[in-house]
Ligand binder design. Structure first.
Ligand SMILES: NC(=O)C1=CN([C@@H]2O[C@H](COP(=O)(O)OP(=O)(O)OC[C@H]3O[C@@H](n4cnc5c(N)ncnc54)[C@H](O)[C@@H]3O)[C@@H](O)[C@H]2O)C=CC1
Ligand SMILES: CC(=O)C(=O)O
Ligand SMILES: [Mg+2]
Length: 370
């Protein structure tokens, strides 16, 4: 199969869909890889590195979209990319369609067969979301620390305090992959950390993992309100796979929070778990609502593209190779990939996206057998 890698064009997104090492694996499997010139420049991989790996270089994104049978990307396709996708082509990337009706329409109109990294499953886990959640969780505490600086409008607290002065209180909403990595960073800095989750099995795992170094609480409205009132930093990291994030914190509840406290809504790519969240960029990451600083960057790992691209490729490689080897048959044979199938020949196959956007939904078996 001819596998194409366009350069990412989302603002301040320097990750790349295939690293040279991953491109080499495709070539060694008998596939051809066509990489847009400078696609890997953000991770220090020049065209020469891809040529050494056995790939070919295309002068333009248009050439990649036109020739490739499968497109491997990182971020959801942008409007200028939707129109270059076509029926019979596979698209393997993050999509986040539930909060994005325009992109959903674009993909459906293109006829492309799209597989969303973030809904590919392995057992109960999300193996292609996890590496970027690890990165974003760790970054979230760095982002919160920076936003807490006095000159950035924050409350001027040092995350870990110092002897004789209390540390900042960090509240983590959702103790999954993002939440756990955020908590680890915050604990490491000496912050006072509480994690809220609705899954008892997860709370038990967190209890064992943190052995008293972070509190955890079952997430009720009462617990949330009590904790919000005491927090200096709140990390939003809940997820219902494929669906819009539940709006756990309403605009009214923001009034409970301390002035100049900081919210990092990592779940913003699924619409965010604060009613007051809207997506921001690395260039202008924060804004204020009712005295609370909001950081809502939807592609957080894009600011550490080297670590992120390698971590992402480690996870995507076996699935990408299976798709390149088997095409549509791989989707039908691999339950994990099937869970990622989002659109095929103008039909939507993700139930949470269909529900969020009020659209009709088909099953993978209905559309692929057809
Ligand atoms: N902004 C960015 O750049 C990035 C955003 N993300 C996003 O971060 C979010 C979290 O991802 P993961 O940690 O991988 O998900 P996950 O599935 O590992 O964890 C989500 C956790 O939320 C909990 N949860 C669900 N509903 C809840 C509720 N009502 N109250 C309390 N807890 C609840 C679940 O039990 C689970 O433990 C996703 O939306 C993901 O797309 C991930 C990477 C980068
Ligand atoms: C998960 C995701 O959307 C990202 O890494 O940008
Ligand atoms: Mg995102």
């Amino acid at each position: 199969m001819l596998v194409g890698v366009p350069k990412e064009i989302k603002k301040q997104e320097a990750r790349v869909g295939l690293t040279p090492a991953a491109a080499r694996e495709y070539v060694e499997r008998g596939h051809s890889v066509l990489v847009e010139t400078n696609a890997g420049i953000g991770i220090g991989a020049d065209d020469e590195a891809y040529i050494t790996a056995g790939a070919q270089i295309a002068a333009t994104a248009a050439e990649v979209f036109e020739k490739a049978e499968m497109i491997v990307k990182v971020k959801e396709p942008q409007p200028s990319e939707w129109v270059q996708l076509r029926e019979g082509q596979l698209l393997f990337t993050y999509l986040h369609l539930a909060p994005d009706p325009a992109q959903t329409k674009g993909l459906l109109e293109s006829g492309v067969t799209s597989i969303a990294y973030e809904t590919v499953t392995e057992g109960v886990g999300l193996p292609l979301l996890a590496p970027m959640s690890e990165v974003a969780g760790r970054l979230s505490i760095e982002a919160a620390a920076l936003a807490s600086r006095n000159f950035n409008g924050g409350n001027g607290l040092l995350m870990g305090g110092v002897p004789g002065v209390a540390p900042a209180r960090v509240l983590v909403l959702g103790g999954g992959v993002v939440g756990t990595h955020a908590a680890r960073m915050a604990v490491g800095l000496g912050a006072d950390v509480t994690i809220l989750d609705r899954s008892l099995p997860r709370l038990r795992q967190l209890d064992e993992l943190f052995t008293g170094r972070a509190r955890n609480l079952f997430s009720t409205s009462e617990a949330l309100e009590m904790e919000l009132a005491q927090a200096d930093v709140v990390i939003g990291s809940v997820l219902i796979p494929g669906a819009n994030a539940p709006k756990l914190v309403t605009k009214d509840m923001l009034g409970l929070m301390k002035p100049r406290s900081v919210v990092v809504d990592v779940a913003i790519d699924q619409g965010g778990c604060f009613e007051t969240s809207h997506a921001t960029t690395h260039e202008d990451p924060t804004y204020e609502v009712d005295g609370v600083i909001h950081y809502c960057v939807a592609n957080m790992p894009g600011c550490v593209p080297t670590t992120s691209s390698h971590a992402l490729n480690n996870a995507t490689l076996p699935y990408g190779l299976a798709l390149a080897d088997g095409g549509l048959s791989a989707i039908m044979e691999n339950a994990g990939l099937r869970a990622g199938l989002s659109t095929h020949r103008g039909k939507l196959t993700s139930a949470p996206v269909a529900e969020a956007l009020g659209l009709a939904c088909s099953t993978p078996a209905e559309v692929i057998a057809a």
